[in-house]
Ligand binder design. Structure first.
Ligand code: ATP
Length: 301
């Protein structure tokens, strides 16, 4: 086989309950993830050392993606090789459509896709539970990125259980020019909520998701990081108001932001809301659907 590739889906948090900081420095979370059809793509070919080429859509800040040494995909590949005690390396091409530092876990998605792609390229046949352990070492969002679909995340977000998600959900995704640092948003959350306790329960959201009804889901969307993100980027509050005035059922900051997502009734409604946002000057308004699958390796000769 000469190359293997996989798509890496962005995630949004339909519910993000943030609790107190734990002894290990992470916040306790109760979250519901959904993977959406905004994809990076990772392609791997055999090579004797690590090599990464990054390509990016025009709205993605390619310069913000680290090179070989610091890129999460190299860490993923090295962890996988170490697990099997092999010296294998690879040539990776990462095509980015997911904004960097956008609150959509693009790096986590790339890492999960890399595990799947290299496992196939190197014919390692690593059991899924071993890949999930590597994923948790790579980052809190990486286990979900490996699974895709919709999942309930607890712990620091790395303990994931699939949740029923029978609907077809349509989102308008509005990236921002400059990313937001996730640690900075959590620090601001700590300043604003110094006595956070147990993270807010996701039971209502999980029940709404199971109805498949976008109006039920819209009423339950929840993100504890939205207020700190608004505080750091006041323009996001106006963007959410604007998207809702263009007819979206509900606007929400995605994860730690700054990407904003807007839930719509169906595909044509999402197209209308996206057109409205483009017309008002938000040049990039993407339409995506969820839930999207986790990465699957596709080999070519
Ligand atoms: P998180 O909430 O997981 O921090 P995010 O969606 O806000 O994620 P990412 O796009 O995953 O942000 O990037 C976070 C940081 O990870 C970036 O600022 C970048 O320095 C680093 N990074 C490492 N590898 C990658 C990659 N393949 N793609 C994007 N960013 C990467």
């Amino acid at each position: 086989m000469s190359s293997v590739r996989a798509r890496a889906a962005a995630k949004i948090n339909l519910h993000l309950g943030v609790g107190a900081v734990r002894d290990d420095g992470y916040h306790g979370l109760c979250t519901v993830y959904q993977a959406i059809s905004l994809y990076d793509e990772v392609t791997a070919e055999p090579w004797h050392s690590w090599r990464i080429e990054t390509r990016a859509e025009p709205y993605v800040d390619r310069a913000a993606v680290p090179g070989v040494g610091d890129n999460i995909v190299t860490r993923a590949g090295t962890l996988l090789a170490d697990l099997h005690d092999v010296e294998l390396r690879a040539d990776l091409v990462v095509e980015k459509a997911i904004p960097v530092a956008g609150g959509l876990a693009g790096g986590s998605a790339d890492a999960a896709a890399t595990l799947v792609v290299l496992d196939e390229l190197w014919d390692l046949q690593t059991p899924q539970e071993e890949l999930l352990k590597l994923a948790a070492q790579l980052g809190s969002d990486v286990p979900f990125a490996l699974l895709g679909g919709a999942g309930h995340g607890t712990g620091r977000g790395e303990l994931v259980e699939a949740v029923p998600d029978p609907g077809e959900w349509w989102w308008v995704v509005v990236p921002q020019r400059d990313g937001l640092s996730t640690p900075a948003v959590y620090r601001h959350f700590d300043d604003m909520v110094p006595h956070a306790g147990t993270p807010a329960s996701a039971d209502g959201l999980i029940a709404a998701l199971a109805t498949g009804d976008p109006r039920e889901l819209a009423a339950c969307l929840h993100n504890d990081l939205q207020r700190p993100a608004f505080d750091l980027r006041p323009e996001l509050r106006s963007l959410i108001t604007l998207g809702e005035s263009e007819g979206a059922l509900r606007g929400l900051v995605s994860g730690s932001g700054p990407t904003c997502v807007f839930l719509c009734e169906d595909e044509s409604h999402a197209d209308t809301v996206a057109d409205g946002l483009r017309y008002t000057g938000h040049v990039t308004a993407l339409v995506a659907t969820g839930p999207a699958p986790g990465p699957a390796a596709d080999a070519t000769d």
